[in-house]
Design a binder for this molecule. Sequence first.
Ligand SMILES: Cc1cc2nc3c(=O)[nH]c(=O)nc-3n(C[C@H](O)[C@H](O)[C@H](O)COP(=O)(O)OP(=O)(O)OC[C@H]3O[C@@H](n4cnc5c(N)ncnc54)[C@H](O)[C@@H]3O)c2cc1C
Length: 344
Amino acid sequence: MNELIEYRITDIKTETNNTRTFFLKPCTIHYSYKAGQFITFEFDFKINKVNRSYSISSSPDTDQQISITVKRVLNGEVTNWLFTKAKIGDVLSGSPAQGKFTIDYTPGNKRDIFLIAAGSGITALYSILKSVLKHEPGSNVVLVYSNSSIETTIFYNDIKVLGIQHPNLTIEWLFSDNPNILRARLGNFILEEIMNRHLKYDKNNALIYTCGPEDFMLMVQISSLTNGYNKNNIRKEIYDVTPAEVEKKYWDEQNRQVTFIKNNIATKIEVPYNVSLLDAALNNGISISNSCKAGKCGTCVCRLKQGKVWMHYNEVLMDSEIENGEILTCTGHPITDDVIIEIK
Ligand SMILES: Cc1cc2nc3c(=O)[nH]c(=O)nc-3n(C[C@H](O)[C@H](O)[C@H](O)COP(=O)(O)OP(=O)(O)OC[C@H]3O[C@@H](n4cnc5c(N)ncnc54)[C@H](O)[C@@H]3O)c2cc1C
């Protein structure tokens, strides 16, 4: 990882029987983050070093302290360490806040904002929810939140309080233990009905942000698209960064010369056809922040100044962002010889 920041654990709160919130104090003077971003931590377990990302569950607009909320995973290396060994006062090493699962707010905006979460996918959306309620009191905010039961629902009471405090927030709880099938698992039919019932403004401007298991987010995406929502306004945050099974196929089999510009210094390197731009840069001592290396998190986004780049996988960038020159370097390959990339 690039630049590492030390985060001191200042408090630990139990949310549900397998979820805890860790309150963190960054040991740096200038620290900023946007609602919806995440931190990638590096855990040095002596025998091995592992990286894990956690969404920031606090909001920069409403919370004093930064926090992450972690669900314990059966046999999971890091979550079990966090639950059994981490204590107040310990210091974790992590990246600055990163990620593109954020919203640009405009006070006075009147639009529909659908936040659709399942299980621990609420963490990033909880941060966004608090910021959106603060910045856009005129927008119609709908939280659709699926869980197995009330007991397993992270932030259940806090979210209920937000619902009471903010008349522009509607909460649709779904519990899979509910005997009423129409209030149990979220599927296409229920989602369409909920969205149609709550839509208040121009459908084309409605934002749809989702986080949860991949099949859940795929259902949200397909359902929203088939119901006429604007594909440029649908965003998802992926927690499972196992590389997708993509066919090992390249645009062509030509190595290319690529110029990387960082802090106004240009470095030209050869990028083999079967190596990503990110790995080629790292192999040549050019550092680019990165996390998933699978086209799913957006940490390695750079700006294409010239030439053409083909991405073999992209779950992050929207068409409009690609048109504006943004590229994922972890799945990007140069397909012309004149590529110039600016590292942010
Ligand atoms: C952008 C982003 C944001 C995220 N935000 C959050 C968040 O807010 N909250 C949260 O709880 N999580 C979040 N995650 C997920 C988090 O990063 C971890 O993946 C998660 O906590 C599991 O880590 P772990 O080390 O405990 O589990 P791992 O050790 O990675 O194990 C995960 C699973 O794989 C299995 N496994 C591991 N190794 C093997 C093996 N060799 N063979 C077979 N099975 C194996 C384990 O048994 C376990 O079931 C986020 C991920 C991303 C990418």
